[in-house]
Design a protein around this ligand. Sequence first.
Ligand code: ADP
Ligand code: ZN
Ligand code: ZN
Length: 702
Amino acid sequence: MRYWLQVVVATPAHSAIAGPLTYRSESLLSPGTLVRVPLGKREVLGVVWEVLPDSGELPEAKTRDIAGVLEGLAPLSATWRKLVTFTAGYYQRSLGEVALAALPPQLRELSALQLARRMKRPVVDTSRPQDATDLIALSPQQTMALAEFDAETLGARRPALLFGATGSGKTEVYLRAAARVLAQDPSAQVLVMVPEINLTPQLQARFEARFAHLGKERVVALHSGLTPAQRLKSWLAAHAGQARLVLGTRMAVLASLPNLRLLVVDEEHDPSYKQQEGARYSARDLAVYRARLETATGEPCRVLLGSATPSLESWQATITGRYQRLNMADRIGSAGATGLPTVRRVDMNHQPKHCVIAPPLLAAIAQRVARGEQSLIFLNRRGYAPVLACHDCGWKSECPHCSAFRVFHKIDRTLRCHHCGFTERVPRACPNCGNIDIAPVGRGTERLEEHLAELLAGVQRPDGSAVRITRIDADTTRLKGALESQLASVHAGEVDVLVGTQMIAKGHDFRHITLVAAINPDGALFSSDFRAPERLFSLLMQAGGRAGRDARRSAASEMWVQTFHPEHPLFEALKRHDYPAFADQQLAERQAAGLSPFGFSALIRAEAKTQEVAQGFLNAAALAAQTLQLAGHAHVTPYPAVPMTIQRVANIERAQMLVESPSRVALQGFLAAWQPVLFETRRQAEFKSLVRWAIDVDPIAI
Ligand code: ADP
Ligand code: ZN
Ligand code: ZN
């Protein structure tokens, strides 16, 4: 007998072969089987997508045999294949690219023998009953949230959004919800997603401890920080059903989990859930889709999203009733009040000129130091100064390869481009006019740290010793383990003033911080990106959420915001910790403008040696789409191509075209029909020099 198999292999969307390839097999393999197949001169990993009946019509001579089967691995489930099919279709990429990117890279290199050895390792059941005394008593709000979540599990099983203040104990709710699912069914699996796992080593330890009773290796992590071997191990454990709980980042949403019953998406608003290259999927949106898909094809599966500042998309869904909303407004142990820090706006119009830290804020920080409490000073810009300039001739530290300035890093006296990486020693004198008086303009965390050290030099800790200032950002944490040890020293109380970027503003359960200050958040208020206010609001709420997490100190905790626009509604809402009011106002604006979640959009990006070619390509493809009257076109508006905000990176010019529609279906139809046109346009002689193009569906930054 022989069988014809449709096999998907890793082909980039932009190569001509985007669909499954046909191979021949002597044995009947079920869909989802992992195989090795010849491709050109190579042998690659593939997934059997379909088995075709032998109609005798196939061009047998050209069809090659599969090279082998990955023995010992169960086929990937039909649900997983449907999820991949949906992802590829929705985000306009090839099936093979999405399918293979979801598999651990090491799977490709494993020999049959190695694989067999791995799979044969027996799984010993080391589980034991859970000790109920391990558990803390739930707060009334946690109890209520869980009860409502459970009640819905019997009914419509809508996605749930846990709208819980920072420090309200959302993690405990995830843990309990997961525990119930795992206890109900001894094979059930739970996926818990977090934005960036390495930022929260705390969390993994908490999950491992809580589910230690399930036995060895039942809780696994899945993220890009793992070694290829670790990642393979986690993936195999999930695929084989041995792993009961997977804690992962966005990539985990496409993991093979044959008995998935619950997906948790922590900090669901976080931009890092959106993949920014290849298939630009939103892991949050896919989690919602996956829960529905799992339920439709088998056992009920639910999704629980959580945030103190939900994405406006999810929030709107709770308003229309598509999602269930669970509320936890108060912090743990806050006894009546919300327990959230008092927000103080500092009107920078009334502060001494050019002051970086307003005198009242400085006094407040000094006071904390004297009391032995910690302060967190937040500035979302690393390096010493964003620009180095000559005041004689106007020279600025532009990057020769990008339309951006190189950042001055004082520690190694370099000018570094944060876009292309181009680095040079700081020149001794102005390269343009020879003036030796070149000076930093503006400030980043490195300079802020230095400045604070000067300002606080005379301030003493309760025991009379000197103030200890530390900085945490991408520069100080480059080495492996650096972030963990720096965070540990903050937790241990070895730091009085912590300076840093958004890296420290999110997620951490700091216990001794009673003051958080945002030094210069105004930039985002007037951005051209309609999502900028949403991002700023959530970042500030998250940052504020680091203050007063210990109930004994929460009453005196403060969040300071230095701004030239203290009356701005965003800061008004922040002052009242009023996310719903902020959301209302933003949603009203978006509705009027037909923006997400009331409208849908995609960005087509193009890169070339010149703007002319990049924009020309996009405009030509749009014109062709119009001429051809593609599916959905009547409800779709493509805008003229424009340069991207940072229009040149590493000597490549970048342009983008926004495509909008009030209908998701129309937009999807249009994009699918447009893809071949884009490929066709790219082949034209005048666009030969195009470097690449890509579609970003539901973009999160414009
Ligand atoms: P969130 O994720 O909502 O910001 P966390 O889950 O980190 O909040 O909880 C904040 C703190 O409160 C943590 O230190 C956690 O251990 C503690 N906590 C959570 N639930 C309870 C509870 N029911 N009783 C006592 N402490 C709790
Ligand atoms: Zn000069
Ligand atoms: Zn550069």
